[in-house]
Ligand binder design. Structure first.
Ligand SMILES: C[S@@+](CC[C@H](N)C(=O)[O-])C[C@H]1O[C@@H](n2cnc3c(N)ncnc32)[C@H](O)[C@@H]1O
Length: 216
């Protein structure tokens, strides 16, 4: 299996990953779900503990939740078992090599994860392959280099937590990456996600894109 070399960070943090509720993340998940609408099948790439999958499952026919880290998927499995949801399928697998046939998903969500992947372009090309031509990619991603202040705040937090971002995006560089992988960026916005322990929010690029071949 293809792996990034910091998966132990996610294994160690899986149990505490979403322990603290965050109204900005809740609002972001609602927005993603509104954007996707009522569709048959959604792929949640790097799903983690299922923050998106669990809400999306209320409106989609099926959600496929995929993550490289077994411990993250184990937490999601427990939540699903406790909630009685029966339309989430689990996949412990790299986003770089998806085990799905072409064009089967109405939407692919990659939330808060492209920056922690060594080669996010591999994940984006796979997302493009498995999306229907009329499908939608939603990729809200932290853009730590959006401003100098934001970058300093991120670096300070990362030095304490051991968190590693392979990519310090700006919203522009994130959009360029997505466009370079065969998508047309339809919407982009820089949002601020606030955390209790920080006095100021972290910049996040909210990007919605379509497969280029579908663009008229
Ligand atoms: C910051 S967490 C985000 C989880 C979830 N999307 C959310 O927003 O709550 C990043 C996740 O990316 C996963 N990940 C990192 N590299 C990956 C890869 N190559 N393929 C699949 N998952 C990966 C990690 O295991 C981790 O669960």
């Amino acid at each position: 299996m293809i792996s990034d070399d910091h998966t132990s960070f996610w294994a160690e943090n899986a149990r505490n990953f979403d322990k603290q509720s965050n109204p900005d993340i809740d609002a972001l998940v609602k927005r993603i779900c509104r954007e996707v609408g009522r569709v048959k099948r959604v792929l949640d790439v790097a799903a983690g503990t299922g923050i998106v999958s669990l809400v999306m499952a209320r409106q989609a026919g099926q959600v496929d939740a995929l993550d490289l880290e077994p411990e993250m998927i184990a937490v999601l499995r427990e939540k699903v078992a406790a909630s009685g949801i029966d339309n989430i399928a689990f996949h412990v697998r790299s986003a770089y090599e998806l085990d799905f046939t072409d064009g089967i998903f109405d939407a692919v969500v990659i939330m808060n994860s492209l920056h922690v992947m060594k080669t996010p372009e591999s994940a984006l090309r796979e997302a493009l392959r498995v999306l229907r031509p009329s499908g939608v990619l939603i990729a809200p991603t932290y853009c730590h280099a959006e401003t100098r202040d934001n970058l300093e705040r991120y670096q300070h937090c990362a030095s304490k937590s051991g968190h590693k971002s392979y990519h310090l995006f700006t919203c522009d560089s994130l959009c360029a990456l997505i466009a370079g992988c065969g998508f047309e960026v339809k919407k982009r916005e820089t949002l601020e996600i606030n955390y209790e322990e920080q006095s100021q929010g972290m910049k996040l690029g909210y990007v919605v894109a379509s497969p280029l071949s579908a663009v008229s």
